[in-house]
Design a binder for this molecule. Structure first.
Ligand code: ZN
Length: 320
């Protein structure tokens, strides 16, 4: 049985965000992962949270209203992409992207009000590349940034920590909070790599100096290098900061099998990193962790890693 109350959200409608044939950020990422999760004996013990699309006001808490309007009209008009060719869209994408953000907010509410200890949002499109005024890198709206602001404004949480272990640097999230010490952004990512940001020297701006921590990882790095970065940089930074909640930009494209990265994490290492964050959350914030899917493009690696991550959050030890 579970030692944690773990919430979970996903929705069949996420499959309606059609990115076209050959696009790595495809509906099968979710359907394959969900089928694998449903086969796990612990799956029914999760607290299922349903959601509705967030309204434009929640999007404009971090985004320019012009981006929201451009996203809406681009989808309505049937344009093939938003802002850059890699952000492929279909007629449904604006509503589905709002549903992704709304799902993360519903999960944030569930954790902030104590109904659950922690939770995972299996959503798409992802969010961490989306900038204040531009879609980018498969991302329309920055789901986790919207959740961070929501937790501060509607639940009175002061200090939010975002840990981003997607293989790509979360340029959008960093830029949105780099002048704001109330949101600490930590990223481990392959470097140099897409999108080009995330050098160690990028450590925040003006009042936010010190509340951004980049851990660039060389192509070929794996479990040992991530363990060292966690032990020497990431965990001490979290423990110094003493966050009121930990948010995870949980991409699984640093997995050794992933086609979009050259980092060699094992499935089991996602379990190890999850446990390390849970120790911090236990010390500082009553176990509160909100984890949100970002990338991950090898279907089996994604499904198994998400499963290891969620079962660890729920306090179940399994062999992935
Ligand atoms: Zn990624």
């Amino acid at each position: 049985s579970c030692t944690m109350k773990t919430a979970f959200t996903s929705d069949r409608r996420f499959l309606d965000h059609d990115t076209g044939s050959g696009h790595p950020e495809r509906p099968a990422r979710l359907s394959h992962t969900l089928a694998h999760l449903k086969a796990q004996p612990w799956f029914t013990q999760l607290q299922f949270t349903s959601a509705s699309a967030c309204n434009p006001d929640c999007l404009t808490s971090v985004h320019d209203a012009a981006l929201v309007e451009r996203a809406r009209t681009s989808c309505t008009r049937g344009l093939p992409y938003l802002d850059t060719p890699d952000v492929a869209i279909s007629h449904e994408s604006f509503d589905i992207a709002r549903l992704a953000a709304g799902s993360v907010l519903a999960l944030a509410d569930t954790i902030a009000d104590g109904t659950a200890d922690n939770g995972f949002a299996l959503v798409r499109p992802p969010g961490h590349h989306a900038e204040h005024d531009a879609a980018m890198g498969f991302c329309l709206f920055n789901n986790i940034a919207i959740a961070a602001r929501h937790l501060q404004r509607h639940h009175g949480l002061n200090k939010i920590l975002i840990l981003d272990w997607d293989v790509h640097h979360g340029n959008g999230t960093q830029h949105l909070f780099e002048e704001d010490p109330s949101v600490f952004y930590i990223s481990l990512h392959q470097y140099p790599h897409y999108p080009g940001t995330g050098a160690r020297s990028e450590d925040g701006i003006s009042r936010g100096r010190g509340a951004t921590l980049n851990c660039p990882m060389t192509a070929g790095a794996g479990n040992a290098e991530y363990t060292e970065a966690f032990s020497e940089k990431v965990l001490p930074a979290i423990n110094d900061y003493r966050p009121d909640m930990i948010l995870v930009s949980a991409g699984f494209d640093a997995h050794q099998d992933d086609p979009l990265g050259s980092i060699n994490l094992s499935t089991q290492h996602y379990q190890w990193m999850t446990e390390a964050l849970m120790d911090c959350a236990d010390q500082h914030c009553d176990n509160r962790i909100l984890s949100v899917l970002e990338g991950g493009y090898h279907l089996d690696a994604l499904a198994h890693s998400v499963s290891a991550h969620i079962s660890t959050l729920a306090g179940i030890s399994t062999d992935p």
